[in-house]
Design a protein around this ligand. Structure first.
Ligand SMILES: Nc1ncnc2c1ncn2[C@@H]1O[C@H](COP(=O)(O)OP(=O)(O)OP(=O)(O)O)[C@@H](O)[C@H]1O
Ligand SMILES: [Mg+2]
Length: 447
């Protein structure tokens, strides 16, 4: 997927045509016909770019602009205006819109504008994540930092393996930053999110006319990475055909764009990442062994968060500071019991899960002290290793209530907050279920 887009236009035909064209181009597209329906989508989904018609039945499209900026601060807004109404667009750009399209516009213009708008967002987000420091003082993390320092200055190909959310991309960016290539581009491509033919177009680029929607020459990521670092994320998901082509490029450092004959040279440092076991994929016939040896000259394996206990607290405190600042909340700290709970939790989604959890905590929590109870409320259930905490209650009544709350939270989450369904499954009538949700102040969580 090239990016997620929201198309807002009251004219059904225009809306649907734009959506169709952009979908064909490889975007994920949602549409809305009014201010009200747009707001719902903006609240609940992420979009890289929004195409916004100024004229909407229930109000001025411009009023949506500040709403979009609040919910999706990084998102690029492209204003669509009627012929000769450019002054509106100029006003919108002053108020933070990214660009405008004046009707009628060509497909070429549409694709170009949308592509630039999405690239802009990706760039903003990439520089944001570059600010991220590699946090950790556990033995494996200290060793990792040393290794990164040592190999950054070399040109050796690196393969990063580790569970989802362990920091593979962050480490790849660090290696680039510390290398002599740091001023040249860091170009990344996620092989898992792209269909087979799109991967080739993305990697190798194409000439005008190479396929029906190739309206202009496009440089591929291999070319863009010249002098810098190419990061191939989730390489285990690359098709065998693309693997074969990639192998040839690694051997010869040259290739041609799709539909082209001219030879393109590119010199880059290659870093790959995978959360699949590539050796197993080789056995299954899904991954080329010769490619594996090319990309894995140096293997770094990132340990899961649960195996580096002390880092959990360090990271939690780091994210607490970061998000408290971001959300303009008072500086918060964790009680010892709260820390113990965080340490006991398995963190299957590793650092990403912890980071998202702390962000939610900061948004919902008031005050400065984060207690064990605040953590429990939000985690929804006690970590398996820590059922003991249930037994710390002094009296039976509190213990029963504590369990009842955890039980209900878990069931609600399991059935996606379908109250009727839950009421049937746990055999408790609906009015009682409502009462208990209120009594325990159970919150509905996303995801
Ligand atoms: N040691 C760390 N210090 C600070 N932040 C970290 C650390 N490790 C990971 N993170 C943060 O956790 C999130 C997930 O990391 P990252 O995207 O690098 O994981 P990944 O291994 O590439 O995951 P996936 O396999 O799902 O793509 C990012 O926001 C990253 O900044
Ligand atoms: Mg990643």
């Amino acid at each position: 997927m090239k990016g997620a887009l929201l198309v807002i236009d009251d004219e059904k035909n225009i809306r649907e045509t734009l959506a169709k064209l952009l979908e064909e181009e490889g975007y994920y597209v949602k549409t809305a016909e009014s201010i009200e329906s747009s707001k719902k989508l903006i609240q609940s989904e992420y979009f890289h770019a929004v195409l916004l018609d100024i004229w909407l039945p229930d109000g001025d499209g411009l009023s949506l602009l500040s709403y979009i900026k609040t919910y999706l601060p990084d998102t690029s807004v492209i204003i669509i205006t009627g012929h000769g109404k450019v002054e509106h667009a100029v006003k919108a750009i002053k108020e933070g819109a990214y660009d405008f399209l004046e009707k009628p516009f060509s497909m070429e213009r549409l694709f170009l504008t949308v592509d630039r708008a999405v690239q802009e967002v990706l760039r903003k987000r990439a520089t944001k994540s570059e600010e991220d420091e590699l946090i950790g003082s556990s033995k494996p993390m200290m060793e990792l930092k040393q290794i990164i320092e040592k190999i950054a200055k070399t040109n050796i190909n690196v393969l990063l393996i580790g569970e989802s959310g362990t920091g593979k991309e962050l480490v790849a960016r660090k290696i680039h930053e510390l290398s002599e290539r740091s001023q040249a581009p860091f170009v990344d491509i996620n092989c898992a999110s792209l269909p087979e033919d799109l991967i080739e177009a993305e990697l190798f680029g194409y000439e005008k006319g190479a396929f029906t929607s190739a309206f202009a020459r496009k440089q591929g990521k291999l070319e863009l990475a010249h002098g810098g670092t190419l990061f191939l994320d989730e390489i285990g998901d690359m098709s065998l055909k693309a693997q074969a082509k990639l192998l040839r490029v690694l051997e010869t450092k040259k290739f041609t764009r799709l539909g082209g004959t001219q030879t393109v040279y590119s010199e880059f440092r290659l870093i790959c990442a995978s959360n699949k076991d590539l050796r197993k994929e080789i056995k299954k016939g899904n991954f080329r062994e010769d490619l594996y040896y090319r990309i894995s000259a140096f293997i770094i394996s990132l340990p899961p968060l649960r195996e580096r206990g002390e880092d959990i607290i360090l990271l939690a405190e780091h994210f607490l500071d970061k998000f408290s600042k971001e959300y303009k909340k008072p500086k918060k700290h964790l009680t010892e019991e709260a820390k113990a709970l965080l340490m006991a939790y398995p963190w299957k989604g590793n650092v990403r899960e912890l980071k998202n959890f702390i962000e939610r905590l900061v948004i919902l929590h008031t005050g400065e002290e984060i207690k064990a109870q605040d953590i429990k409320n939000l985690l929804g259930f006690l970590p398996a290793e820590n059922y003991d905490a249930l037994f710390e209650q002094k009296d039976l009544k509190t213990a029963k209530q504590e369990f009842e709350k955890l039980f209900l939270k878990r069931k609600l989450k399991e059935y996606n907050y379908d109250l009727k369904k839950v009421s049937q499954v746990i055999n408790l009538d609906l009015s009682n279920l409502y009462r208990k949700i209120k009594q325990y102040n159970i919150q509905i969580e996303g995801g």
